[in-house]
Design a protein around this ligand. Sequence first.
Ligand code: AMP
Length: 474
Amino acid sequence: MAQKMKKGVVRDSKKKTTKKTDVSKVSVTKKTAVKKTPVANVSQEEVLLQALRGMRDILPDEQPYWERVRKVLSHAAQEYGFQRIDTPLVEFVHLFTRSIGNQTDIVEKEMYTFQTRGGDKVALRPEFTAGIARAFIEHGMGVLPKPVKLFSVGPVYRYDRPQEGRYREFWQGNFDMFGESDPILDAQTIQLAYRVVQQLGLKNIEFQVNSIGVPDSRREYTKALLRYLEAQRGKLCQNCRDRLVTNPMRVLDCKEDKCIQLTTHAPQSLDYLDQESRDHFKRLLEYLDELELPYTINTRLVRGLDYYTKTVFEIWSSDKEGKKYSLGGGGRYDGLIESLGGEPTPAIGFGLGLDRIILEMKRTQVKPYQEAKPKVFLAQLGDMAKKKSLRLFSELEKNGILLAESFGRGSLKSQLRVANRLGVEVTIIVGQKEALDDTAILKDMVSGTQETVTHERLVDAVKKILKSNQLLQG
Ligand code: AMP
């Protein structure tokens, strides 16, 4: 990309798409660092040293949060019998237009689409379900014992307007179950979503549920909704006026105050459900009550993607001022597999927005994941000691002892300083004499005592000290 950029042209930073910027005048701040020297000999062009708008680096500082989220997700997946699946970031555009729907914001405005050198029209995945449904069909997973439960985690891409909590590259954890239509699966899916947010320590979470029925009943509902909205057309925002033609149900999703007010008394999908969808929804609510999972029915919840049928749900958090953030959502999509050419297969799933979950963890001061700290430090002095220490390090590690070292540092003093900073309980010192004797000095940092032990005895001696310290600490 960079090589194709004209000198000094800033691409896609807000509306600067074609605006020329004199990069030599751009101040070098954290966000707009610009390398002023040409790159090697390959090209004389400037390289913009900044991530693309709406995309960001997840730096080491932030990783403990991500680690905690990843651990909770994969633990929950395991508990509920989900198997991990990874699908490509890139799929044929058609897969998304066919499953998500042509007249949705995602497909119309937000997909990253491009043509490959071979002429294929492809897109970066804007969500997981379409790719997973494709993989389900392609690999004949329909013959597996039902339900087939698949779990995925990774980045997705939407060309949205970036702001806090809204990025163009963001991460989702995604759970899908194929092959069962019983509402108990809907309840279990919601229970799993609960489990994840609870295990992450998030509070003030609200689950909203609704049913949007099946395509036949929805047609009736859409007609009634359209009649109602047409009468208010002049008062709707421009986007919603367009939606009247393309996807009237999306008007219920609009965040503009005037549209929210105008649709307060709009017809509700629940009043237009066919008998089966009605029973399904009723039973889902009974199961949720049985599981004592609190929920609210949000009759405006439609979730905007074409593939949803019957149950839809969303997970919200709210801050002190009452501002709400969507952390995830999902629903049933009983027609999707068949519409893509597979056998009729009911399914349900949900996606969690991991970036938002992490923002929420930070906001509510949930603790990030804490790596186990090393309790032992290995210090050495001289070449021979260094060599022997290398072997000792791997010996101790193999025996499950988490230890730190500072092989790169020469002086014993600076190594011991590192040991102190780490707050280890045991320091092992191999000096020149010990290297010759195949021994090591063991210093118990808690009691201050020290002893010399042979290499054969080292592992046991270290374990003994750690154990007695543990007993002391109760
Ligand atoms: P959706 O598929 O639109 O329901 O999105 C599922 C979840 O992904 C949402 O509830 C958000 O938590 C998260 N999400 C959606 N869009 C974005 C975005 N542009 N940036 C960050 N997170 C997002």
